[in-house]
Write a protein that binds this ligand. Structure first.
Ligand code: IPM
Ligand code: MG
Length: 366
């Protein structure tokens, strides 16, 4: 029986609720598919600050290092907002996790079912068939991590802060490879987003992506777009994209824009794939919902568990090579939602169900 060894990091507020929903779904498919789940839970984020004094304790890193993948909930919230920015759960847990495991490729599907177009702030006539695009964001380079990074008081008393945007050709090539694989599984159209009219890193980005695709993926249609234009095009006609690939900070911003045009954050999953392979010969990865900890609805059985469940499906696909099982979970979520069983965030005034009833409906579809 194939054994799936993964770390479970539920985090804060709705994190544990949607995590237990995802684990129920995983346990169900494991029974059906004869898979053995071998997961270990560990504290992260605010929960870890409270219990261990830090957002990403050594003990949690160890659990992750011994696993083949990480299923992550979400971290942060009002309880820890008074901490200095560097100690906030989001920054002190997520960024070091990404760096520690070189999770350089963030795959964010922007998927809106046609039945849910009402959830999008875009006019329905602009997205008659919903939205189906993918953002590939570089996650361990660029201005987030570049050195120097400092804040200094100058001799004249003024204060200067510095962030540095750095990219190496090799970092651009490896994210391009991930984007090529994603585009090949879809419509073979790849758009690279940069700011090559201003930034040196973007000039290197554009040349590297062009050369790499020409040499390794001549079957793809590659286009380039400046990031400001991309932000506009996403709001105008999102489906003109199939897969787009971009650097860390542009991807942070564009993926949030993508999330909002796709309606509820409660439906969006993400995968952050690492540079090293796990014991299954697949990328080690971290899988997390796009949304946050939603403190206002935590503990009330109101949270939409779909994003966490869909993130678990991505884990099966990318880190365990179980594409068919992942597709079964995705189809079950889709059928449940389109059949009308919905949590409050996607119910649009119609009767809604709680987190547990939602999970039960999804399990029934499975
Ligand atoms: C994200 C988040 C993080 C980021 C924050 C919480 C550090 O916005 O995953 O998009 O900026 O990468
Ligand atoms: Mg973000």
């Amino acid at each position: 029986m194939p054994s799936l060894k993964f770390a479970v990091l539920p985090g804060d507020y709705i994190g544990p609720e949607v995590m237990s929903a995802a684990l129920r779904v995983l346990e169900h498919v494991a029974r059906q598919e004869n898979l053995q789940l071998d997961w270990t839970e560990a504290d992260v984020g605010g929960a870890a600050i409270d219990r261990h004094g830090q957002a990403l304790p050594e003990s949690t890193l160890k659990v992750c290092a011994e696993a083949d993948a990480i299923l992550f909930g979400s971290v942060g919230g009002p309880k820890w907002e008074k901490l200095p920015p560097k100690e906030q759960p989001e920054r002190a847990a997520l960024l070091p996790l990404r760096k520690h495991f070189t999770l350089f490729a963030n795959v964010r599907p922007g998927l809106l079912y046609p039945e849910l177009t009402d959830a999008s702030p875009l006019k329905s006539e602009r997205i008659p068939d919903g939205i189906d695009i993918v953002c590939i964001r570089e996650l361990t380079g660029g201005i987030y991590f570049g050195q120097p990074k400092s804040t200094t008081t100058l001799p004249d008393g003024d204060i200067e802060a510095i962030d540095t945007m750095v990219y190496r050709k090799s970092e651009i090539e490896r994210i391009t490879q991930v984007a090529i694989t994603a585009a090949r599984a879809r419509k073979r159209r790849l758009c690279s987003v940069d700011k090559a009219n201003v930034l040196e890193t973007s000039v290197l980005w554009r040349k590297t992506v062009s050369d790499y695709v020409a040499a390794n993926a001549p079957d793809l249609t590659l286009t380039h777009m400046y990031v400001d234009n991309a932000a506009m095009q996403l709001a105008r006609d999102p489906n003109q994209f199939d897969v787009f690939v971009t650097e860390n900070m542009f991807g942070d911003i564009l993926s949030d824009e993508m999330a909002v045009i796709c309606g509820s954050l409660g439906m969006l999953s993400s995968a952050s794939l690492g540079a090293r392979n796990n014991s299954h010969g697949r990328p080690f990865g971290l899988y997390e919902p796009a949304g946050g900890t939603a403190p206002d609805i935590a503990g009330k059985n109101l949270a939409n568990p779909c994003a966490q469940i869909l993130s678990a499906a991505l884990m099966l696909r990318y880190s365990f090579g179980l594409d068919a099982v992942a597709a079964r979970i995705e189809a079950a979520v889709r059928r449940t939602v389109t059949a009308g069983t919905r949590t409050g965030d996607i119910a649009f005034g119609r009767p809604s169900v709680g987190t547990t009833a939602m999970v039960e409906a999804i399990i029934k579809q499975l």
